[in-house]
Design a protein around this ligand. Structure first.
Ligand code: PHE
Ligand code: ZN
Length: 884
């Protein structure tokens, strides 16, 4: 285990490496407990580094057997060898070859970093600092090398041997008992993109012809018997390859592209050059085992990893502070892809829901950090919603600000100029500044300041002058280490909605607002406050602000309820129609929460329910309608409250509103349910998935309003379901109420799917989220279930993670039992897999916003963790920042 050093790594301390490694030759002999690695490094002094500097190679728990320099053995003592470092005090100041032999035990690797075993397969995970667990190296992203990798193994154990690049040689050894393969990747890459796989897997093959006519052999490798479940992933891969050619002009560059699915993986997937390694959750799908949401995730993750080939691999990061350079940009690209493959409007809503659910609370709590951080203790903890999702939003804003054409020019400039290099955010931004001929210094604050800005807007109509004036102010609260913030440049896409739809926008030059600032109906709020006046406005309009969620901010506009109803019905911007419904619901719920806490009742508002009823009956776009009738989550409401959060009152308020909607709209819900029955053979496409989404959203609300009839309907759907989407939705509806119906359905579900670990994960998660007092007991029992394992990250996330992040009332149980339970699991897990333990611990990130009693209990649980002696660097970092 790496020992934690008190000093953080700082961006301002960045120095170019003193030595470069042009070529790496690896010779790997796979063995379950004693894998031998011989690494031959072609090293030379970096002309931009310091002369005569010591050469310090990184290690992590290593033990070198032998080191030679230009063929001469080096005394291991003289090499200042430790598990974490290999130092040559006075290396030659000319090119030289260093050969290092290490031996590692992949079976003992429970951290799933470096070379480890998943089932009977061998695989690697090197980002960010896993390569140093395989061999000593300059394990930093700005050292780019050409890799040649020879892998040797028993043929029976590992008939499949893969690494990055193209296969250049393969053959038998010992009369076929053993065999080897040699892979060469001609593209210089950092060590974090190295990968190797050995195992006995089933393979699906296909090919892709690039736009310039090159043939690429595609392979997806999965557990034997699961080959048919890889068909959708293969289809998504080919669509991703074609899309990147048309949308970004990016062509694939090797002769092969392989994807390997493993069942033990810390994250979603990894973009290793030419050899992506995936959590099998994001590869395997069949109608009976995967929901429509799973299909959409698979499509998005396959695309994401593929797109990294250009944004991440061909152009990589200079250092880990630049992580968003590849991640924010690649998320932006996969969002665009999914929007093109599906409904852009529905996709935007889903993306914003996800951003608000994961990134906003991060930015509002003790773990807040810049999109481009300036210090870190443990880089593993920076694979966050801020780096990924907010990083993507910043690029989206950039595109809104400079326009599509300039954005495309900037992207091309970036690809041309930085191909083959390890770049920075400044490099990236400079391309757009040049393409748009615009100073982006102020805009760049989005990278350097954390926290979600609040934008307050007010509107005033002057009937006599026929003008409408909007005034905007931005506020930013202090975040850890940042007391004062400069104003952000906030693009506010807007419209004025009149009786017959959008009014033409005409602006005068008064109050400092000019036509320039409102080009393309986007107002740039770049100062603490600004006003803009619209001319020739015939009657009081309803402003539609932040259309399409044009900036990752919180918007506060005092719209009347009648205004919100107008927007729900008439806004031409589909995002804002949805947002108006959410805003209305949120306001109602917040008032109910206050009433309930004061000993009163939840609030009812027939106006809102009727507006939803109209939406439900129109429903020309089922997927969109499903989003419209889905209320803000309990976590959404907690976030809107911001402080003194009482999860029980929130749950009660939301439940009451669901009941009221379900009762009042019962007939409409039933009719929507009936109208959207399956109408043909199964298809995972957006249209068919949208019908299922609406049908199941209707079922859910109907069950809330009419529990007895609803349960009967859900039970019928559960029995008849031949798709996982419909089956799990029915089970979820049945799980709303305690009793034998629920328990029977849970048992049936388990028996139907016991052989499919990924489906049993859904079974775990669903039970972990039941908002009832005995859920914790249920979870403790499930932890002893044969299908559960603390060793497997997917199991941990589906049972414990779902509880900690998806069960607001029980994680935040008023007696502190939820906190104590999660804290206990974090400590156990920390012994095995610190990275997953630290992620689980981050569920405490909003503890300061809780009401006083729960806040005290959450803090006590955090302090107990902090007091443990032997914490990993990962958990120590999260707990210290959480309490900081
Ligand atoms: N780089 C991976 C991705 O976003 C995520 C990842 C990070 C995977 C660290 C494993 C370890 O595509
Ligand atoms: Zn990524």
């Amino acid at each position: 285990m790496r020992t934690d050093s008190a000093e953080p790594v700082r961006l301002k301390d960045y120095k170019a490496p003193d030595y470069l490694i042009d070529a790496v030759d690896l010779d790997v002999k796979l063995h379950a407990t004693a894998t031998r690695i011989v690494s031959r490094l072609s090293i030379r002094p970096n002309p931009h580094g310091r002369r005569d500097a010591a050469l310090v190679l990184d290690g992590d728990g290593l033990n070198a057997r032998r080191i030679t320099l230009d063929g001469e053995a080096i005394d291991l003592d003289k090499a200042l060898l430790s598990p974490d470092q290999l130092t040559l005090a006075a290396p030659p100041q000319r090119p030289f070859a260093l050969e290092i032999e290490t031996e590692i035990d992949p079976s003992a690797n429970t951290r799933l970093m470096g070379l480890y075993r998943s089932g009977s397969a061998y695989c690697t995970q090197c980002e960010p600092e896993g390569f140093r667990r395989i061999t000593y190296f300059l394990d930093r992203p700005d050292v780019l090398s050409v890799y040649t990798v020879r892998i040797e193994a028993d043929r029976s154990e590992a008939p499949l041997l893969l690494s990055n690049g193209n296969l250049i040689e393969a053959g038998d050894l010992e009369g076929g008992k053993r065999h080897y393969a040699v892979w060469r990747d001609p593209f210089p890459k950092p060590s974090y993109l190295f990968a190797l796989v050995g195992g006995d897997l089933g393979s699906v093959h296909d090919e892709f012809i690039t736009k310039s006519g090159r043939k690429v052999a595609l392979g997806i490798h999965v557990e034997h018997g699961k080959e048919p479940h890889a068909a959708y992933a293969m289809d998504a891969l080919k669509r991703s390859m074609a899309w990147d050619e048309t949308a970004f002009g990016r062509e694939y560059d090797l002769d092969v592209f392989n994807i390997v699915a493993v069942s033990d993986f810390n994250m979603g997937a990894m973009e290793n050059k030419g050899l992506n390694i995936f959590n099998d959750k994001y590869v395997l799908a069949s109608p009976a085992t995967a929901t429509d949401a799973d299909y959409a995730h698979i499509e998005a993750v396959i695309a994401h990893e593929y797109f990294h080939n250009w944004t991440g691999n061909r152009i990589t990061c200079r250092d880990w502070f630049q992580l968003c350079l590849k991640e924010g940009l690649t998320v932006f690209r996969d969002h665009e892809f999914s929007s093109d493959m599906r409904s852009r409007a529905v996709h935007r809503i889903a993306d914003v829901r996800a951003l608000r659910a994961a990134q906003f609370p991060e930015d509002a709590g003790p773990l807040a950090h810049n999109v481009r951080p300036e210090t870190y203790h443990e880089i593993n903890n920076f694979y966050t919603a801020t780096i990924y999702e907010k990083g993507a939003e910043v690029i989206r804003m950039l595109k809104v600000l400079i326009g599509e054409a300039a954005f495309a020019r900037g992207m091309n400039l970036y690809f041309d100029r930085y191909d083959g290099t390890a770049a920075t955010i400044e490099d990236f931004i400079s391309c757009f500044a040049e393409a748009a001929n615009r100073d982006l210094t102020a805009f760049s604050r989005w990278y350097h300041q954390s926290g979600t800005p609040l934008v307050e807007a007010n509107g005033a109509y002057d009937a006599a002058a026929r003008t409408f004036t909007l005034e905007f102010r931005q506020f930013s609260k202090p975040t850890p280490g940042q007391d004062h913030k400069e104003p952000f440049v906030i693009p506010i896409a807007l419209g004025l909605v009149g009786r017959d739809g959008d009014l033409p926008l005409k602006v005068g030059a008064q109050n400092g607002a000019s036509a320039l600032e409102i080009s393309r109906a986007v107002f740039e709020l770049s100062a603490p406050s600004r006003k803009i006046t619209f001319l020739d406005v015939p009657s009081r309009p309803v402003p539609s602000l932040l259309r399409g969620f044009s900036a990752p901010v919180r918007l506060d506009y005092p719209a009347s309820e009648a205004d919100l109803i107008t927007l729900i019905a008439h806004d031409s911007d589909s995002f804002n129609r949805w947002q108006a419904a959410q805003t209305y619901a949120s306001r109602l719920l917040l008032r109910s929460v206050a009433n309930i806490r004061a000993g009163g009742e939840a609030r009812h508002d027939q106006g809102f329910i009727d507006a939803l009823g109209v939406v439900l009956n129109k429903s020309s776009d089922p997927a969109y309608t499903a989003q419209m009738i889905t209320l803000p989550s309990e976590a959404d409401i907690a976030r809107d409250m911001g402080e003194d959060v009482d999860p029980d009152a929130i749950h009660a308020a939301r439940d009451a509103l669901r009941q009221a909607i379900g009762k009042s709209l019962a007939a409409g819900l039933l009719s929507a349910y009936a109208r959207h029955a399956e109408n043909g053979p199964y298809s995972p496409d957006a249209e068919a998935a949208g019908r299922r989404a609406l049908r199941n959203a209707a079922l859910d609300l109907y069950c809330a309003g009419e529990p007895v009839e609803g349960a009967r309907l859900a039970a019928r759907q559960f029995e008849a379901a031949d798709t996982m989407t419909n089956e799990i939705a029915a089970l979820g509806a049945l799980a709303q109420r305690a009793g034998s119906l629920r328990e029977g359905a849970l048992d049936t579900f388990y028996r139907r799917h016991a052989a499919e670990a990924l489906v049993i994960d859904k079974w775990f998660a669903l039970q972990a989220m039941i908002p009832e007092t005995d859920t914790l007991e249920r979870i403790q029992k499930l932890m002893r279930h044969a299908a559960f394992s603390l060793q497997n990250p997917n199991r941990v996330r589906s049972l414990i993670g779902a509880f900690a992040t998806g069960n607001q009332t029980r994680f935040n149980a008023p007696d502190g039992s939820g906190y104590d339970f999660v804290a206990g699991v974090v400590l156990d897990l920390d012994q095995k897999n610190p990275q997953v333990a630290a992620r689980l611990l981050a569920a405490f990130k909003s503890w300061r916003s809780l009401e006083a009693k729960r806040r005290g209990l959450a803090e006590a649980a955090l302090r107990r963790i902090a007091a443990e002696g032997a914490l990993s660097a990962d958990v120590k970092d999260i707990v210290e920042r959480s309490l900081g």
